[in-house]
Design a protein around this ligand. Structure first.
Ligand code: UD1
Length: 415
């Protein structure tokens, strides 16, 4: 169990480069099952989640090799349709294997996924979609069996624009017979990246990035080389690192369009933001004020950034309010921030954050990925040392976090 130590740090300055997106990498790695041949993927971050996915892919028959951030996967043969519980329970993204296995093998036994304890995280929308495409579904204890003779396109309305369900259904429909229309689809950049990857393999997909995605099924896909997008949540986390230390600097290798709600909120709070083609400059040296945030599906404010803003709004002037509408239990970091001297009240799905507090380092625990990142950020501005247990949660989503922050002047290390 790794522990992260953070000391009060000076104003962070300099340039930091973002890694590839974890949430784009996971579905695209899973989608390599759909093609009989060798796929090359670039910009795949080295994270425990991506390593777990590669491990499961090799257990299924994929020949996987990694060379830094390049990954080579040969799925000429897919030998198994059963995913092992031990690996699957480690990361939520594992359920993204359901569609590629079903489409390629005509059957899949998927262990129920693990991941962050931020809510119940049901899979009913995925299953509703698979059923509409003609799959039989049988639920066992801790797993679900899917089977079909041939998937057939259909109209699917999602009750909520679930990212994972949209991705699974786009993959399944790519090899189904005929046309599939997904309505109320998720429009996150990671969904678009998956669609771009599949299109490069020969899939016919229109409308990814809007609420209606049309997929015209094909018989087979051809392997390709593809470089995945950079991680907007990592970029947003660095923006808060600069802001919480009243620093300034540039985040490289990021698409500013993916971070509109985060940049808009930070500007409103008093930071100066400059967007370039492939980078974002932030100057947070002036006094910042708190704000109100409501998480929403893209292009709304990302739920994956709200914990980091909680830490920032402990320091900024005035009272901040965060309303979490996507997940029902995403305030696990609040109790830990209060241990550091924050004054945050939770009222149902809202948290009310008293600003202008001077936080003090303490022993705290990361219970989930983004909540853990919030504690690292709080540690950068808190007086003294913050010792964060549960560092493995943070390693699920940030490549070389300590090294990258150290290079900007932070006093941080992991053991
Ligand atoms: C993905 C991201 C995660 C991000 C989330 C929302 C990955 C690997 N993870 O998770 O970082 O926080 O999108 O942007 O890409 N829901 C149902 N039934 C379902 C599926 C989802 O009720 O079948 C609910 C969930 O419980 C949640 C909401 O829909 O309340 C959003 O979940 P979803 O968009 O599916 O998130 P993930 O794909 O799991």
């Amino acid at each position: 169990m790794s522990k992260i130590y953070v000391n009060k740090s000076p104003h962070l300055t300099g340039k930091v480069s973002c890694s590839g997106s974890k949430n784009a990498a996971l579905p695209i790695l899973a989608a390599t099952i759909l093609t009989k041949g060798k796929t090359t993927l670039y910009n795949i971050p080295c994270l425990s989640d991506t390593e777990n996915m590669l491990y499961v892919l090799s257990e299924l028959g994929g020949k996987c090799q990694r060379d830094n951030n390049a990954v080579y996967i040969d799925f000429t043969e897919c030998k198994r349709h059963i995913t092992p519980y031990e690996s699957m329970s480690k990361f939520r993204g594992s359920f993204l294997l359901a569609a590629p296995l079903l489409a390629r093998m005509g059957k899949a036994r998927i262990s129920m996924p693990g991941g962050c304890p931020i809510g119940l995280r049901p899979i009913d929308l995925h299953l509703k979609g698979f059923s509409a495409l003609g799959a039989d579904i049988k639920k066992g204890h801790g797993y679900v069996d899917l089977s079909c003779k041939k998937l057939v396109g259909n109209n699917i309305y999602l009750d909520f624009p679930s990212v994972g369900a949209t991705e699974n259904l786009i993959m399944a429909a790519s090899l189904a017979e005929g046309e599939t229309v997904i309505q109320n689809a998720a429009a996150e950049p990671e969904v678009c990246d998956l669609a771009e990857f599949l299109i490069k393999q020969g899939a016919k997909i229109d409308g990814a990035g809007s609420d209606t995605v049309r997929i015209y099924g094909t018989d087979s896909l051809t392997p390709c080389s593809y470089s995945i997008i950079s991680d907007r949540i990592e970029a947003g986390t660095f923006m808060i690192a600069f802001a919480i230390t009243s620093g300034k600097g540039e985040i490289l290798n990021v698409n500013p369009h993916h971070l509109k709600p985060v940049s808009a909120k930070l500007s409103e709070m008093g930071a100066e933001i400059k967007e370039n083609d492939n980078s974002i400059f932030i100057d947070a040296t002036k006094t910042m004020t708190s704000s109100s945030i409501k998480t929403l599906p893209f292009p709304g404010f990302p739920t994956d950034m709200q914990a980091q803003f909680s830490s920032l709004m402990c320091e900024t002037k005035g009272t901040g309010i965060i309303v979490e509408t996507v997940f029902e239990n995403r305030f696990l970091h609040i109790g830990e921030l209060n241990r550091m001297g924050a004054n945050i009240r939770i009222d149902g799905r809202s948290s009310v954050i008293e600003g202008g507090r001077k936080l003090t380092g303490a022993d705290v625990t990361a219970f989930d990925l983004r909540g853990g990142a919030a504690l690292v950020l709080a540690g950068l501005s808190a007086k003294g040392e913050t010792r964060i247990s549960g560092g493995h949660h943070i390693l699920r989503g940030y490549e070389n976090l300590c090294d990258k922050l150290s290079a900007l002047g932070a006093d941080i290390f992991m053991d």
